[in-house]
Design a protein around this ligand. Structure first.
Ligand SMILES: Nc1nc2c(c(=O)[nH]1)N=C([C@H](O)[C@H](O)COP(=O)(O)OP(=O)(O)OP(=O)(O)O)CN2
Length: 171
């Protein structure tokens, strides 16, 4: 339908946010099984968000600046930490004063408490990072309704050509 003529169904639009400051540097290791994991290493991760919404008149949908700021703030929360998953079936986290110990397959891996971010995810993977962003972006359901948002997809990249995307449909 042309933009001039309204329809009973509001037109949909996809806003893509992939700004250069949507990034975070973090250490992690992927756990593949009860006995296999990677060594600790890091990446400069980047984040891209697609938001599907309905047009609200005045030639626009919601003001995407609100979500730009939110994604950048979430990236800052993950920036310059070693990220450990608290919901892994294979990793036990022990907090002891200034240290955090990750217990994996008989290993007791020490970290300084001040270097570690414990995230409620199953594994420190791209797909779980994407899920964490998605869950945080969808916390304010009232705002999503007010902005006529029907779906959000978050894609996290660990470098060019390597990413995982997760999507939630709201409408
Ligand atoms: N399903 C998933 N599989 C794997 C993940 C993941 O997040 N989800 N992650 C890893 C590794 O952590 C990651 O691939 C390690 O980085 P790596 O690719 O080795 O290094 P680069 O990003 O520099 O890429 P290069 O191909 O080495 O240039 C494995 N599997």
């Amino acid at each position: 339908m042309s933009a001039q003529g309204g329809t009973a169904m509001q037109e949909r639009v996809t806003i893509r946010l992939a700004k250069q400051n949507m990034k975070f540097s973090a250490g992690h290791f992927t756990i593949f099984s009860a006995s296999e994991r990677e060594r600790l290493h890091g990446h400069n991760f980047t984040v891209e968000v697609d938001i599907e919404a309905r047009m609200l008149g005045n030639g626009m949908c919601f003001d995407y600046g609100l979500y730009k700021d939110r994604v950048v703030a979430l990236c800052r929360e993950l920036n310059e930490w070693t990220i450990l998953p608290t919901r892994s079936p294979y990793l036990r986290i022990e907090e002891d004063g200034d240290h955090v110990y990750a217990h994996f397959d008989g290993q007791r891996i020490p970290f300084l408490r001040g270097d570690v971010l414990l995230l409620p995810i199953e594994n420190a993977t791209l797909e779980e990072f994407a899920g964490w962003f998605l869950q945080r972006l969808c916390e304010d359901r009232e705002a999503l309704r007010a902005h006529a948002i029907d779906a959000i997809e978050v894609r996290v990249l660990s470098g060019p050509g390597q990413s995982a995307g997760r999507r939630v449909r709201l409408g």
